[in-house]
Design a protein around this ligand. Structure first.
Ligand SMILES: N[C@@H](CCC(=O)N[C@@H](CSO)C(=O)NCC(=O)O)C(=O)O
Length: 214
């Protein structure tokens, strides 16, 4: 693979979608390699020997791992075009805080109820909705987490949207009813081609989740 930019990822991986959104916002072309995590490729093992996870971005032969770090690398490497992070250090710190909050709570929170039954499941769903409500109150009346324009935190969360819809099917909650502000925000983000082209179909995500959690 001699393309200048290569992404090793998967259609079902929200973290991979994050990188695809960032590259699209910067109009950077790349080669995409679909990884089979049940049978990892030598390329993945070579370029992410520590975590053996996707996504990995390979730029001029050198690997960058961890989706938020990849987005920051893209921001710093391709300086022209759409800004992926605020230039102000304080605003950048707040964006990093909320992206970190998302990565600490959203997927791990969902896993609590995806595999649970009955009382445990209900408790897990309430806890998960609690994390979404914290994000909802952080969003407040702003159109985007970063304020007036789509930015780093928006990218960090919207990549989960198809999964959150699928989680709602399993956990019997509705984003539209339970977190209406997030629903309105996501609907707005989905109008961006960079987002709509990167996210998996929620039904496909749902099918793969129940296949893996039944
Ligand atoms: N913090 C990392 C998480 C990547 C990840 O978990 N990727 C998953 C696929 S997406 O659900 C993965 O590679 N899982 C394989 C494994 O956990 O072994 C990031 O932001 O890039």
């Amino acid at each position: 693979t001699e393309s200048e930019v290569v992404v090793i990822g998967s259609w079902a991986s929200m973290y991979t979608s994050r990188v695809r959104i960032a590259l699209a916002e910067k109009s950077i072309g790349y080669e995409f390699i679909e990884e089979d995590l049940s049978n990892r490729s030598p390329l993945l093992l070579k370029h992410n020997p520590i975590y053996k996870k996707i996504p990995v971005m390979i730029h001029k032969g050198k690997p960058i791992c961890e989706s938020l770090i990849i987005v920051q690398y893209i921001h710093e490497t391709w300086k022209e075009g759409y800004p992926l992070l605020p230039s102000d250090p304080y605003l950048k710190s707040q964006a990093a805080f909320w992206a970190d909050y998302i990565d600490k709570h959203i997927y791990s929170g969902a896993k609590k109820f995806l595999l649970a039954k009955g009382e445990e499941k209900q408790k897990g769903v309430e806890e998960f909705l609690g994390y979404l409500k914290v994000l909802e109150s952080e969003l407040g009346e702003k159109p985007y987490f970063n304020g007036e324009s789509f930015g780093f935190v928006d990218m960090a969360l919207i990549c989960f949207y198809s999964h959150i819809i699928a989680f709602g099917k399993i956990g019997n909650f509705s984003v539209e009813k339970d977190t209406p502000k997030l629903f309105a925000w996501a609907t707005q983000c989905m109008k961006r081609e960079s987002v709509s082209k990167a996210l998996a179909d929620p039904n496909k995500v749902y099918e793969s989740l129940i296949a893996h959690t039944s």
